[in-house]
Design a protein around this ligand. Structure first.
Ligand SMILES: [Zn+2]
Length: 289
């Protein structure tokens, strides 16, 4: 095995960015095909307008979009800016996760988690759904990560694990403690979303939140633990409220119903909690000590 710790940090970030752009290209396929219930493996990439097969040299992340001048080679139809945007965002996200984790065995897990969030955000933004084919495997993945990561990196990777390992759960196997943390986080995440939807429904008599948000927060809660889950919901509600107020202020008819894809804001909150959450919740907890 080559000693990866000898790779200079700058080169590490370049590798993370290039890898992120490639995964972003795959996420574009996921974002386009999952809502249509199409296979994400077959057939090859095609132009959504003319159906022409896109050869590999026209499918290079970001670069092909620029070189083709945002037009399909066959039909000259405009290619959505979403494609390079997803690739660039995934690149940035992967650089952020690499910065957060460093060369840790938890890095591949955090990258999968971040990629799943990005796919959910873009699908929710376009279709107002958070598909089960992403959230269900996401919940299973979170539980697997919860069992595996403490054995690979020690108990420090998960925010809730050090405090849970002491106290009432002391002496239990670390995977049991980690799973208890996952279930607690999932119940707090999914439960509060369910409660918010239920309350809104009772107050307004309309269904405000689908169960997609609840399932997404089961996944996020299981993976991040209860403290970062509360932060995720806080950032989600705050950013959603700000956008809602800005949109309402521009609207002429104030009584119009307006639904925002809440999963987009929850995804934003979860990424913020993953990358910057621990120092934030530590600072907040310090105010009461
Ligand atoms: Zn075309």
């Amino acid at each position: 095995m080559p000693d990866l710790s000898l790779v200079p940090p700058a080169l590490g970030y370049v590798i993370a960015g290039v890898f992120g752009a490639i995964i972003g290209s795959f996420l574009n396929v996921v974002i386009h095909r999952v809502p249509l219930e199409e296979s994400i493996v077959f057939p090859n990439s095609r132009c959504p307008s003319c159906g022409g097969v896109i050869p590999f040299y026209d499918n290079i992340p970001v670069l092909s979009y620029a070189m083709l001048g945002a037009k399909c080679r066959h039909c000259k139809e405009h290619i959505s800016f979403r494609y390079p945007a997803v690739e660039l965002l995934t690149a940035a996200l992967f650089i952020g996760v690499a910065w957060h984790d460093g060369l840790s065995a938890a890095l591949p897990f955090d990258l999968v988690f971040a990629a799943a969030l990005l796919a959910l955000v873009f699908i929710d933004a376009e279709h107002m759904i958070l598909p089960n084919v992403i959230t269900y495997p996401g919940i299973v993945f979170a539980l697997i990560a919860r069992v595996a990561i403490p054995y690979l990196t020690g108990t420090l990777h998960f925010d809730d694990l050090p405090s849970l390992s002491q106290g009432a759960l002391a002496g239990m196997p670390v995977w049991v403690v980690s799973l208890i943390g996952a279930v607690t986080g999932a119940l707090i995440g999914g439960g509060s979303l369910w409660l918010m939807g239920w309350t809104w429904e009772k107050l307004r008599g309309i269904e405000a939140m689908g169960l997609g948000d609840v399932k997404m927060m089961f996944m996020v809660g299981a993976y991040l633990g209860w403290r970062l889950t509360i932060l995720t919901i806080f950032v989600g509600v705050l950013s959603c409220s700000v956008i809602w107020i800005l949109l309402m202020a521009r609207q002429r008819e104030k009584n119009m119903q307006m639904l925002l894809p809440f999963g987009v804001f929850l995804g934003l909150g979860a990424v913020a909690a993953l990358l910057f959450g621990v120092p934030l919740v530590e600072w907040y907890a310090g105010q009461f000590r």
